[in-house]
Ligand binder design. Structure first.
Ligand code: DGL
Length: 265
């Protein structure tokens, strides 16, 4: 098999990276994709960075042994904790994620920008470098959301419990002047509708499309894009922990994302 027809590997601490997987499935319809949800160690975002790094390295080891041509770290938390180490080890394109602060700053020239992400992402140096670069002279509020990933992992991504969580987490904040909310965790893409209900006029921004376009550009530059006539691509899911109900939820969320973003089921 030529390198071009090998799959692209994706991993996250659990279900969140399925949003990136689905974005890639929509934009790159000829690519085979392999997904690993490290649900045995979920959540990453409230753990020690050293642990997140260790789990991330185990996850990529699993994917590399499956035979992949590129890796997407479909997790902002793992990217901030481990991307430098991963790039040192792997001899293939490695695409990471970061909260879409730059697009938010470019899109909205006034108002408060709220960045929702995990405590680890918001604490780590990588995000503070981004904040210094793009957040200067802007009203940027960091909103760590411990507990939200756990809710989504239970399959709760809509309905009253999510509304209650969001009302609480935004509870202490002046919200009238928010112009945009950045979803800085791949899990949060799935609660976008509930967030939009709470803030109908606010722009909600994420980095999924930017990440996949970046992946596409890099594969093109390295001559690694799959044959454009290919009809037999596959999408395969793995979990590091209990497969039930995790794997069925992966498929449910994949369909949900496709329906909402690519107008197809
Ligand atoms: N989905 C991950 C992210 O993008 C983190 C989830 C977790 O806390 O495990 O940050």
């Amino acid at each position: 098999m030529s390198n071009k027809s090998l799959p692209i590997g994706f991993f996250d601490s659990g279900l969140g990276g399925v949003s990136v997987l689905a974005e890639a499935a929509g934009i790159l319809p000829h690519e085979s994709l392999i997904y690993l949800g490290d649900n045995a160690h979920n959540p990453y975002g409230t753990k020690d960075v050293a642990d997140v790094k260790r789990y991330s390295l185990q996850a990529i080891d699993f994917l590399v042994h499956k035979g992949i041509k590129a890796l997407v770290v479909a997790c902002n938390t793992a990217t901030s904790a481990a991307i430098n180490d991963i790039r040192k080890i792997l001899d293939m394109p490695v695409i990471g994620m970061e909260p879409a602060l730059k697009p938010a700053v470019e899109k909205m020239d006034q108002g408060k920008i709220v960045v929702m992400a995990t405590p680890v992402t918001l604490r780590e140096k990588k995000f503070h470098t981004l904040l210094n670069q793009y957040g200067e002279n802007r009203d940027v509020t960091l909103l760590p959301c411990p507990g939200l990933v756990e809710l989504i992992e239970r399959g709760i991504y809509y309905g009253p419990l999510v509304q209650e969580y969001l009302r609480n987490v935004f509870g202490g904040m002046e919200t009238g002047n928010i112009s945009s909310v950045v979803l800085g965790c791949t899990h949060y893409l799935f609660i976008k509708k509930e967030l939009q209900k709470l803030f109908p006029l606010v722009e909600i921004i994420d980095g999924n499309q930017g990440t996949v376009k970046n992946l596409q550009r890099i594969l093109h530059e390295k001559d690694l894009l799959a044959d454009g006539k290919r009809k037999d691509r596959t999408i395969t899911y793995f979990s590091s922990g209990e497969p039930e109900p995790f794997l069925p939820l992966c498929k449910e969320l994949f369909q949900y994302y496709m329906k909402n973003n690519f107008k197809q089921a």
